[in-house]
Design a protein around this ligand. Structure first.
Ligand code: ATP
Length: 275
């Protein structure tokens, strides 16, 4: 199990412009990030630092992308972990891992001459679920307590600012201690994209693909009601694969139609026995 630090040179930087739709989430997030960027003013006004932002919404809607863009926007190092990486059998191990994550964030920032770090924790409900309700609850509770201790320890006087971005689609499962002021102060809703959002996402994921003139992104967006960003990315990718299989130079509306059907069928299709 390891915690990945997004400092590798190969990893492409994500900006808010790479994220389709999600205007409300982007605006709310950017507004919150001003707190990180203008630390001196915040300090002189005696405002307590913003320590945590929770992104709440269904899978594949761009929460990871938003967290990466937040790091890029604030010129921070980016570290990511999943709540399940902290689930351990032995008491104290998860808590130790939480401490290591914060230490690692500070070290990575120093190493890269940055003043801040964004720690992204996906599936935070696994680590931050309500205390006293878990099978191995002693270990779980210690891990969550350590996260609270680490968050409480963040101060605007620190040389390296740390922002925790948590992602979940079950904020109802979170321990209320996490949602108290000074912890996850902001909850940003990241919903499935509306039609305008789907147009934007489809445009982003087809921008480097050879589209036939008969492809109409507007009508593709109409036909993909309820799709997540991740599913729209799959549609664009599947359509390109279908075109390649037919040795077609261009991706046509028929390829897209079939790709949409395939993604809609989703796993069902994968589970069917091959003929
Ligand atoms: P999960 O909760 O499953 O971790 P997530 O909300 O973090 O999902 P991401 O990992 O950010 O979703 O998205 C997965 C992929 O889907 C992205 O790498 C991207 O290709 C595509 N995608 C999702 N949302 C968007 C979006 N709003 N704009 C562009 N691409 C998107």
């Amino acid at each position: 199990k390891h915690i990945s630090v997004g400092e590798s040179k190969k990893e492409r930087l994500i900006s808010f412009d790479d994220i389709g739709g999600q205007e409300v989430a982007k605006n709310e997030l950017c507004e919150a990030l001003e707190f990180i960027k203008s630390n001196d003013i915040i300090k002189s006004m005696g405002i307590r630092p913003l320590k945590g932002i929770l992104l709440n919404g269904p899978p594949g809607t761009g929460k990871t992308l938003l967290a990466k863009a937040a790091a890029q926007h604030t010129n921070s190092v980016f570290l990511s972990a999943s709540g399940s990486e902290f689930v351990e059998m032995y008491v104290g191990v998860g808590a130790k891992r939480v401490r290591q994550l914060f230490d690692q964030a500070r070290q990575a920032a120093r190493k890269h001459n940055k003043h801040s770090a964004v720690i992204f924790i996906d599936e935070i409900e696994v680590l931050g679920g309500k205390r006293g309700q878990n099978h191995s609850h002693q270990e779980h509770d210690q891990t969550l307590n350590e996260l609270l201790v680490q968050m409480d320890g963040i101060s605007s006087d620190d040389d390296i600012k740390i922002l925790i971005i948590g992602a979940t689609n079950r904020s109802d499962l979170l321990d209320s201690a996490l949602l108290r002021p000074g912890r996850f102060d902001r909850i940003v809703k990241v919903d499935l994209p509306d039609k305008k959002g789907r147009v934007h996402i489809l445009k982003l994921h087809t921008r480097n693909k050879p589209l036939s003139p008969d492809v109409d992104i507007e009508s593709l967006a109409k036909d993909t009601f309820g799709f997540s960003g991740a599913q729209l990315e799959s549609v664009a990718n599947e359509a390109a694969i279908l075109a390649m299989r037919e040795n077609s130079q261009l991706i046509t509306s028929v390829h897209f139609k079939n790709a949409i059907e395939k993604v809609m069928m989703g796993e069902k299709l994968d589970r069917l026995p091959s003929a």
